[in-house]
Design a protein around this ligand. Structure first.
Ligand SMILES: Cc1cc2nc3c(=O)[nH]c(=O)nc-3n(C[C@H](O)[C@H](O)[C@H](O)COP(=O)(O)O)c2cc1C
Length: 393
C-alpha cells in the first residue's frame, strides 16, 4: 500500500510530506521534484504569492545516494512568505499576534470557501484558523508526493499528462495528436493556441472586474497495464479511486472518466469501445475508441486512462460578495486577501499528482515487491499471461 500525508498551513513555516510504501531502488532527486513544483507555480491568472515562493522540496529521509530505501520518504517545503507572517502564524502564544500587521481576526466569511463550516465545526472565532489549511497551498505538498509517484510510474513506461480543456466557457479544440511541448509552454496549459488566447482574454476581463473564472482539465495516463483496480468491491474500483482523488482537489466540482456526462445521451452502441482482433502479441487488446476513458468494471483495460474535472471559479474576489460577519451575523462584504484570478492551469498539475498517487497504489497492490526490480519481475510475469488464453497459456 502506498499512502501519503501532508501537513502545513498556507502562511506557516512550511509544508511537511510523508509518502510511504514506495519500493527500494527508485532513482529520485530534489531537482526532479522541483520540476513538478515549478509547473504548479506557473499559469496565467495566478496571484502574487507565486512570485514570492520558489518551491523546492527538501528530502529528509527515505532516500540514500539518489535512490529510495523502501522506508518512508519525508520531505519539507519551506514557505518563503512565512517571513512576513511570523506573529500572525506563531506556533507559541505571542503578546501581539498583529505585530506583523496581518494578524487581525477575520470574521467576514467568504461564501464558497471553507470559512463558515470550518469555523462552526472546529469552534473557531477567527476564520484564519480555517483558511490557513483549506488554502490550496497544501496542493504543493501533493505535487511533491505526486512527483515521487510519477517518477515510479515512469520506470514502467507509464506517462502522465494534463491539459486545460476550457476556461470561462472558452473550449479548446483538442487536436488528435496533442503537442505536449506546446501545452507545457502555454500560459494556460492548453493544446489549442487560438482557444488559449481567448482564455487569457477572459482571465484579464475577470481580473479587471475583480472577479474569478474556472474551467475544465483533462488528465491522461498512457501505457497502463490491464487490470489495475478491481471489480470485486466498491472501494477497490480504479475509476472510483481516481474520482475521489480528483474531487478532493480544492474547488473541484465534477469529475468524469472519459467523456463521462456525454455518454448519458448516447446509445449503447456509440459508447462501448469495440475490441479488435488480436494481431500484436505484445499489445493484445486494442480498441477502436476510448469512450470509457480506459476503465471497465473498475479496472484499467489497457487503453489510456482519461479523467476530466471541472474546477469552479475561486471564492476570494477583489470585488467581494455580500456576506455576513461571524461575530454579529450582520451584513458585510466578504473578506479579501491576495488570491488567484484563475487556478485552472496549476490545477492540472495537481490533478496529475493525485492520479499518480492513486496509480502507484493500485500498481503496488497488483504487483507488490519491496524493490523496483522485484516489482518489475512481477509485472513482466503478469504481462506474459494477459493475451488470448489459447495463445498464451
Ligand atoms: C491550484 C489552486 C489554487 C487555488 N488558489 C486559490 C486562491 O488563490 N484563492 C482562493 O480563494 N481559492 C483558491 N483555490 C480554491 C480554494 O482552495 C477552495 O475553493 C477552498 O479550499 C474551498 O474548497 P472547495 O471549493 O473545494 O469547497 C485554489 C485551488 C487550487 C486547486
Amino acid at each position: 500500500m502506498v499512502r501519503f500525508f501532508t501537513a502545513g498551513e498556507s502562511h506557516g513555516q512550511g509544508l511537511v510530506i510523508i509518502i510511504e510504501g514506495v519500493p527500494a531502488g527508485l532513482p529520485i532527486t530534489e531537482d526532479y521534484i522541483a520540476v513538478h513544483l515549478g509547473r504548479r507555480q506557473r499559469g496565467y491568472g495566478r496571484g502574487g504569492r507565486m512570485l514570492i515562493e520558489q518551491d523546492r522540496a527538501h528530502i529528509m529521509s527515505g532516500v540514500r545516494h539518489g535512490r529510495t530505501l523502501g522506508s518512508p520518504i519525508g520531505m519539507t517545503l519551506e514557505n518563503r512568505d512565512w517571513a512576513n507572517w511570523q506573529s500572525t502564524m506563531a506556533v507559541e502564544a505571542v503578546d501581539d499576534p498583529n505585530a506583523d500587521g496581518r494578524g487581525q481576526r477575520i470574521t467576514r466569511i467568504r461564501p464558497g470557501h471553507a470559512d463558515l463550516p470550518g469555523a462552526m465545526k472546529y469552534g473557531y472565532d477567527d476564520v484564519r484558523d480555517v483558511l490557513e489549511r483549506s488554502s490550496a497551498r497544501e496542493t504543493a505538498a501533493r505535487v511533491a508526493a505526486g512527483a515521487v509517484a510519477i517518477r515510479f510510474l515512469e520506470e514502467f513506461g507509464i506517462i502522465l499528462r494534463s491539459h486545460v480543456v476550457s476556461i470561462a466557457g472558452v473550449w479548446a479544440k483538442i487536436p488528435e495528436n496533442i503537442d505536449w511541448k506546446l501545452v507545457e509552454d502555454s500560459p494556460v496549459r492548453c493544446a489549442d493556441p487560438e482557444a488559449a488566447a481567448l482564455m487569457m482574454v477572459e482571465i484579464d476581463a475577470a481580473k479587471e472586474a475583480g472577479d474569478t473564472v474556472g474551467g475544465t482539465v483533462e488528465i491522461i495516463a498512457e501505457n497502463l497495464p490491464i487490470g489495475l483496480g478491481s471489480h470485486v468491491h466498491w472501494d477497490r474500483k480504479l475509476d472510483g479511486l481516481i474520482s475521489q482523488a480528483l474531487m478532493s482537489i480544492n474547488a473541484v466540482k465534477a469529475v468524469s472518466i472519459g467523456p463521462g456526462w456525454e455518454t448519458a445521451d448516447l446509445k449503447g452502441s456509440q459508447v462501448q469501445d469495440v475490441i479488435l482482433p488480436v494481431t500484436d502479441p505484445d499489445n493484445p487488446w486494442q480498441r477502436k475508441t476510448n469512450m470509457l476513458g480506459g476503465t471497465e468494471g473498475g479496472m484499467s483495460n489497457g487503453m489510456p486512462l482519461v479523467a476530466r474535472f471541472a474546477i469552479k471559479p475561486i471564492a476570494t474576489m477583489v470585488n467581494p460578495l455580500p456576506s455576513v460577519d461571524l461575530d454579529t451575523g450582520e451584513a458585510v462584504q466578504a473578506h479579501y486577501e491576495r488570491s488567484d484570478v484563475c487556478q485552472v492551469p496549476p490545477a492540472g498539475v495537481v490533478g496529475e499528482a493525485m492520479v499518480a498517487l492513486v496509480l502507484i497504489d493500485a500498481f503496488m497492490e497488483k504487483f507488490g515487491g519491496d524493490s523496483i526490480d522485484e516489482t518489475r519481475r512481477n509485472l513482466q510475469g503478469y504481462l506474459k499471461t494477459v493475451g488470448p488464453r489459447k495463445v498464451y497459456q
